[in-house]
Design a protein around this ligand. Structure first.
Ligand code: BDR
Ligand code: CA
Length: 307
């Protein structure tokens, strides 16, 4: 049984990713840690608890950093809704989060289960940067780290060359890419290569289950945003794809190992994930970059998670 911790800024695609993680066989989610990103950390924490209520699972949720390490907060409420779940009126949970800070929880859980847990980060990397600063040995205590983040070809979705999770806390991302010897990276460009088309979206929404209804309700805001941008019904789930790749690396059909660093300066390049495609820096590869996936199997995983 593979065991995971998910670090999330629970917005709508995080929610789909979490449903997927909670719905797979042979997978155990040990804990969630939450971070400020799409919306503030109080809301992202509340959102994970709402999702756990929906699926009837009682998994600890540890609230983390309320703001980036250095820069001002930058959110994505215009896409995810002011509550982070599409302002769909999802009822608040009565459950409380844990009292321990996410960064400390990451350290404690890794120490209690050395080499046995894998970490999936689908929000800004603030908690991970704090944790690895407190415990420099932390990367070696996790089996794997999968990150949804970065624009590998510099086609940013938030800033000219930067993807949201990196741009929202570039200093944290810089620390994580520098200190973690090897991370798996699902970029914005790979996400964009695998949209769900209108028919597939209709199929998911029509599954007639409470999870499919939840998915439908929270995504209306985002679908409207995407319809305006692309003039058709389609949907991307960056976090869903990252979690699918972490839970089931068999769906990855092409990947390359390279050295990746995070740019902190430049008016157009702050938050850029610079990839040394041709090994010019002489630095050892620190990232396994996902380039292609088996989309049919990804769709099957989404369907299974909405049952
Ligand atoms: C990432 O940014 C967030 O808005 C999404 O939840 C996802 O983690 C995509 O760039
Ligand atoms: Ca996210």
């Amino acid at each position: 049984m593979k065991r995971f911790i998910i670090d999330t800024d629970a917005g709508v695609d995080d929610a789909l990713a979490i449903l997927m993680a909670l719905g797979q066989k042979d997978v155990k989610i040990e804990a969630f840690t939450t971070v400020s990103g799409n919306v503030g950390v109080d809301k992202t924490t509340a959102n994970v608890l709402k999702i756990l209520d929906l699926v009837g699972q009682d998994i600890p949720v540890y609230p983390g950093c309320p703001r980036p390490l250095v820069c001002p907060t930058y959110d994505a409420a215009s896409i995810h809704g002011s509550d982070g779940l599409g302002d769909a009126g999802i009822p608040a949970s009565k459950r409380q989060p844990e009292g321990k800070h996410a960064a400390l929880a990451l350290i404690d859980l890794a120490n209690q289960n050395p080499g046995q847990l894998s970490l999936i980060a689908i929000g800004p990397l603030t908690n991970l940067a704090a944790a690895v600063t407190l415990d420099p040995e932390l990367p070696g205590k996790f089996a794997e780290l999968t990150i949804m983040g970065g624009a590998i070809y510099a086609k940013g979705n938030t800033h000219v060359t930067a993807e949201f999770n990196i741009y929202a806390d570039p200093e944290a991302a810089h620390v994580v890419f520098e200190r973690w010897p090897k991370v798996r990276v699902l970029s914005w460009e790979t996400t964009m290569a695998y949209p769900f088309n209108g028919e597939q979206v209709k199929g998911f929404f029509g599954m007639n289950t409470p999870k499919a209804q939840f998915f439908h309700d929270i995504y209306q805001n985002t679908l409207g945003f995407l319809r305006e941008k692309f003039h058709q019904d389609l949907l991307f789930s960056a976090d869903g794809l990252a979690v699918a790749c972490a839970l089931n690396p068999g769906i990855i059909t092409a990947k390359e190992d390279h050295f990746v660093s995070v740019e902190l300066n430049g008016s157009d390049t702050r938050g850029m994930t610079s990839v040394d495609w041709f090994g010019l820096s002489g630095q050892p590869a620190n990232a396994e970059i996902i380039l292609e996936i088996d989309h049919a199997r990804y769709v099957e995983m989404i369907e299974a998670s909405l049952q």
